[in-house]
Design a protein around this ligand. Structure first.
Ligand code: GLY
Ligand code: MN
Ligand code: MN
Length: 466
């Protein structure tokens, strides 16, 4: 855990004038979730907002903050002898409270009476939207709202306040993300070392996941590790790598306090890009580095995304895959055949930070609306950047057979796309390059240890380890 004063300061900010004005803030911690029977649970993952305000990383503890009298309480039960026999000695509730700087504790059974008293008195009870059925059931039981309607009663002022708090990272949070990236870069170097023609993808995926366990707190999400990099969230590892394949590895580790890393590299399995792979790789890299250079406070990330789209499109025109003018092609959304996703997202305790609070609330300012244009519609982050934001910059270029077939059949954007040339590129798969970037007062800083991304440097690292 971080120091008690960090959590106390964060909770004090909830009592600020611009936070929800009165009532209770109810922050239930997560419960253990059974995989197939109770004794065999999924790895426990605490709720990220609970972690942010209380830091307690164990199931079955809830937090309550009274906005009117400033009382803060943790509700839970001390471990039983049975718990100790099966799981070893565990901290008491009081010990957790001290580590979190929380002055009061109470048995878990008292929470429902305290919430019911507030409800009966007509006081607002602020809670966040549930993302697990179990949470909806519990919030429903505590507040008297039908579980199916709990989401509709989630507190908009609390959601807005939590986003405002969590989206600007403090120095200790940056340190955590850097720690996650230490592991993440180790994972990627392992992947570069382990990839080889004739080897199954799953051996690489398994080894990089092992690094996440051995050197960090496990994976921050299920990695993509595939020669079919055009499948955007490909979680299949069943193919065998061939000499002329590109392997796309999108993977991240987790820090001691559960902050995430999220990095992608794409490299030739045999250590040498073909000329065609290299042209496309250089195009993605140019889009990525230009975008990172464009990151600075005040700039809407939507502009950074469109800048990356224009750079990629210029390259694709140079390769005869597309026709200009660049501005017109990007305005029409023609480039999205090759780059159908957004440039990046905020990150922190969650890989897609706070996505459970609503993608648009997190990623868009009040005066911005999400485009419904194909490609731009998946842009998670559009809002003007502020110092302390941590975000990913992850352009890609993909040859997705089903999408190409559909667009070609519809002759969609055929003034801008040379479908005959595109056909020659099928089988190239996908290329993405992703780094995690801190917005500073002056511009941007890539977080984490260096991990090669220039084509020649990537070839050298992959080649060296053969
Ligand atoms: N790893 C998922 C993403 O890059 O957004
Ligand atoms: Mn990623
Ligand atoms: Mn990402």
């Amino acid at each position: 855990m971080l120091s008690p004063s960090v959590y106390a300061r964060r909770r004090d900010a909830l009592l600020d004038a611009d936070a929800p004005a009165s009532g209770l803030v109810l922050l239930p911690g997560n419960e253990s979730a059974a995989m197939n029977y109770r004794g065999n649970p999924y790895p426990f993952r605490q709720d990220s907002t609970f972690l942010y305000y209380f830091g307690v990383d164990t199931p079955g503890i809830d937090g309550l903050i009274d906005l009117d009298d400033g009382a803060v309480r943790l509700y839970g039960d001390d471990p039983t002898l049975e718990d100790v026999i099966w799981m070893g000695t565990q901290p008491s509730l009081q010990a957790y409270a001290e580590r979190a700087g929380v002055p009061e504790t109470a048995p878990r059974s008292r929470l429902s009476a305290d919430v019911a008293a507030a409800v009966d008195a007509g006081r607002p009870v602020h809670f966040l939207p549930p993302y697990r059925d179990r949470q909806a059931g519990r919030l429903g039981a505590l507040t008297g709202i039908q579980p199916g309607r709990v989401e509709a009663y989630a507190s908009t002022p609390l959601v807005r306040t939590v986003i405002r708090h969590r989206n600007v990272k403090s120095p200790e949070e940056i340190d955590q993300i850097e720690a996650a990236l230490e592991t993440t870069v180790r994972m990627h170097r392992t992947a570069m070392r382990e990839a080889a023609p004739g080897r199954p993808e799953r051996e690489v995926a398994g080894r990089l996941s092992g690094v996440a366990e051995a050197h960090g707190r496990g994976l921050s999400f299920r990695p993509t590790c595939s020669v079919r990099g055009e499948i955007l969230h490909n979680h299949d590892y069943s193919r065998t790598m061939q000499a002329d394949d590109l392997l796309l590895v999108d993977a991240g580790g987790t820090s001691p306090e559960h902050y995430a890393g999220d990095v992608t590299r794409t490299f030739p399995v045999d250590g040498r890009f073909t000329a065609r792979q290299r042209d496309l790789y250089d195009a993605v890299l140019d889009a990525q580095t230009t975008a990172i250079d464009a990151v600075e406070p005040g700039v809407p990330f939507r502009e950074v995304h469109l800048r990356a789209c224009r750079v990629l499109t210029e390259h694709l025109i140079g390769l005869d895959l597309m026709e200009g003018p660049v501005e017109d092609a990007v305005a029409a959304g023609a480039h999205a055949l090759f780059f159908p996703h957004g440039l990046g997202h905020l990150m922190g305790l969650d890989v897609h930070d706070m996505e459970n609070l609503g993608e648009d609330r997190v990623g868009y300012a009040d005066d911005q609306t999400r485009s419904d244009q194909f490609g731009l519609h998946t842009l998670r982050l559009a809002r003007p950047l502020r110092p302390g934001f941590v975000l990913t910059v992850e352009p890609g270029c993909y040859f997705i057979p089903a999408l190409i077939e559909r667009w070609r059949g519809e002759r969609r954007h055929d003034a801008f796309i040379n479908y005959d040339v595109v056909a020659d590129y099928e089988g190239v798969g996908g290329i993405r390059i992703e780094d995690d970037v801190l917005v500073t007062d002056e511009g941007a800083r890539i977080l984490g240890p260096d991990l090669p991304k220039l084509a020649t440097a990537v070839e050298e690292v992959v080649g060296q380890v053969r």
